[in-house]
Design a protein around this ligand. Structure first.
Ligand SMILES: [Zn+2]
Length: 221
């Protein structure tokens, strides 16, 4: 999936069973936590429920024990549709659903290699090339292509950060992800499975890059 070309809008049938979506998100959360990508109640996850609303994790939840009762619905302007305190970073999810009709799932984690690489990478674009696992990212078909991932400075002003992300992602074709320095990674996909595949591939790709940097600089492994 490219983020700059609008493909078939993601649609959810009116009969979509919210409880099955909630169950899917909880299972995904437990899997992510088991991989140690969402420590200490960090991270947030969401699934699109329709053209104008999504299901998202509420604030401060242990992602290893997430339950359906700890999810809530918000519209794409961050207004609660069901009881609960939305995650502080809800605007970074809804921005993606508003800007890209094909996005059906968004995952954000504070995974180790994403956070570490985001602190060390010197420029505001991370370019991956030569890794077979790049092909796990939607729209990529060969290790020979360059995959470009934007980096943003961390901020507690989430609305401003969401605006920066929105403007940047319109500028050129980027991979379906971005890094926030010292904070974590955001990735998205047409559905939960594609999004999880991106998350898993990215954590490996970030590790490859860190190890490559360390080896090329002659530091001991
Ligand atoms: Zn975060």
């Amino acid at each position: 999936m490219t983020t700059q070309t609008t493909t078939t809008p993601h649609t959810v049938d009116a009969s979509t069973d919210i409880s099955s979506q909630a169950e899917q998100l909880c299972q995904l959360s437990h899997r992510i936590y088991a991989n140690d990508w969402s420590p200490a109640t960090s991270s947030n996850y969401s699934l699109r429920l329709g053209p104008q609303h999504c299901l998202i994790t509420t604030s401060g939840r242990d992602k290893g024990q997430l339950t359906a009762a700890q999810l809530m619905q918000v519209d794409l302007h961050n207004r609660p549709l069901t009881p609960g305190k939305p995650s502080a970073e809800t605007a970074l999810h809804t921005q993606l659903y508003r800007d890209f009709a094909e996005v059906g799932a968004v995952l954000h984690t504070h995974s180790f290699y994403a956070v570490l690489l985001s602190r060390l990478w010197p420029s505001d674009e991370l370019i991956l090339q030569g890794w077979e696992l790049q092909k796990a990212l939607a729209g990529e078909s060969t290790h020979e292509d360059q995959v470009t991932i934007p980096l943003f400075a961390n901020s507690q002003d989430i609305d401003t950060l969401a605006q920066q992300v929105s403007e940047r992602l319109q500028q050129r074709r980027y991979a379906p992800c971005y890094l926030i320095r010292g904070h974590g990674v955001y990735t998205w996909g047409r559905d939960a499975d594609e999004c999880f595949r991106h998350l898993e591939a990215l954590e490996h790709l970030f590790r490859y890059e860190l190890e490559r940097l360390r080896i090329e600089r002659g530091s001991p492994l």
